[in-house]
Design a protein around this ligand. Structure first.
Ligand SMILES: *[C@@H]1O[C@H](CO)[C@@H](O)[C@H](O)[C@H]1NC(C)=O
Ligand SMILES: *[C@@H]1O[C@H](CO)[C@@H](O)[C@H](O)[C@H]1NC(C)=O
Length: 341
């Protein structure tokens, strides 16, 4: 199966293209979607995985008995991984984490690669937060977290979350907007993911750390917590990881095609939309966290005017949180420590 590039053929009307204001000027992400059976397999909590009759929407439940998750049936050497996700709409989701990520931790235990979207539940009246992260070759002591508040309610409609991974860069997208780009630089060395990865989607109980470092735990009186996934897309070069490490370059042509595609070309419009999203929504960046990381990371492009908006802990200063949009009907997100995690 090596070397097979799944070419985009169908249009997916972005779940809510207009939801992210900046998306208007951007080209809609246009990828082939697959049924669950075509690309994925259940991973854990089998009884808590509910598939729609057409097999194109999957709901993952977290209840007292277990969380749940699924995994791609293949590993990929670079690719574009995407799903439209609707998060649990309950009032109180502290300790609940929905994750959509690529990893090879099962195959390369000590030197694994990983690219994360993690959705962190919150206490009553506070919105979900989204975290992105990048690990390469077991760089677990160097978390590269960024966190954002979403400019829409992620619990009422599906929104598309995508991870692009090429040999040149990693880009995270929310709907059609790139929200983070990590360009490969020689200084990043092994910290840039380089080995084949699988795609995962999970919902789990992260009571011990997810909300204010574990101060708020999952409260199952509010459960079950349901995260739904649809518009599933897996574009990339499928590989056998062992064969890959033996020096096969079967994926080179597929990678070239991906790099040249609209998905990977970082247009001026995309760069501007990314900058706007980050100015308006980013609330934490490891690049500004000098408490954890006194020495800056090689890939951090520290902009002085941006740096001033963040505390030495990497969190956005309270003064910059005022114009935060909140869920309709919920209390305004006041800058308390609960939102700081
Ligand atoms: C989406 O991609 C397909 C195949 O690559 C192409 O035929 C179609 O015109 C594209 N649609 C849009 C809206 O770009
Ligand atoms: C990855 O880690 C292993 C063992 O820790 C090391 O031998 C190897 O050189 C690293 N690879 C890269 C690309 O840094």
């Amino acid at each position: 199966m090596a070397g097979r590039l799944l070419v985009a053929t169908a249009v997916v009307a972005a779940a809510a293209a207009a939801a992210v204001g900046a998306a208007a000027a951007l080209q809609a992400i246009n990828v082939t979607t697959v049924a669950f059976e075509e690309g994925y397999t259940p991973l854990f909590g089998f009884d808590n995985i509910l598939r729609s009759a057409d097999d194109r929407t999957v709901s993952l439940l977290l209840d007292r008995s277990t969380g749940s998750g699924f995994i791609s049936s293949s590993m990929y050497q670079h690719g574009f991984f995407s799903a439209s996700i609707k998060l649990p709409s309950l009032d109180y989701t502290a300790g609940v984490v929905v994750a959509f990520y690529t990893s090879n931790g099962d195959v390369f235990e000590k030197r694994h690669d990983e690219l994360d979207f993690e959705f962190l539940g919150n206490i009553r009246g506070k919105p979900w937060r989204v975290q992105t992260n990048v690990y390469g070759n077991g760089s677990v002591s160097r978390g590269r977290e960024e966190r954002y508040l979403l400019p829409f309610d992620p619990t009422t409609e599906f929104h598309r979350y995508s991870i692009l991974w090429t040999r040149a860069a990693i880009v995270f997208f929310v709907d059609d907007v790139p929200v983070r780009e990590v360009r490969r630089s020689p200084a990043m060395s092994g910290d840039f993911p380089s080995k084949p990865m699988s795609l995962y989607a999970t919902v789990w109980d992260a009571s011990t750390w997810a909300t204010s470092g574990g101060r708020y735990r999952v409260n199952y009186r509010y459960g079950p917590f349901v995260a739904s996934f649809t518009d599933l897309a897996l574009l990339g070069c499928r590989v056998d990881p062992i064969q890959m490490l033996a020096g096969s370059d079967a994926c080179a042509a597929a990678e070239d095609a991906l790099l040249a595609s609209d998905l990977a070309v970082m247009t001026l419009e995309k760069q501007q939309a990314m900058r706007r999203f980050r100015e308006q929504n980013m609330v934490y960046s490891y690049c500004y966290d000098t408490v954890r990381y006194p020495a800056p990371f090689p890939e951090c492009d520290v902009v002085e005017s941006e740096r001033r908006r963040f505390k030495g802990s990497g969190h956005l200063r309270l003064a910059f949180r005022r114009r935060r949009r909140t869920r309709p009907g919920s209390r305004p997100a006041r800058p308390t420590r609960a939102a700081d995690m």
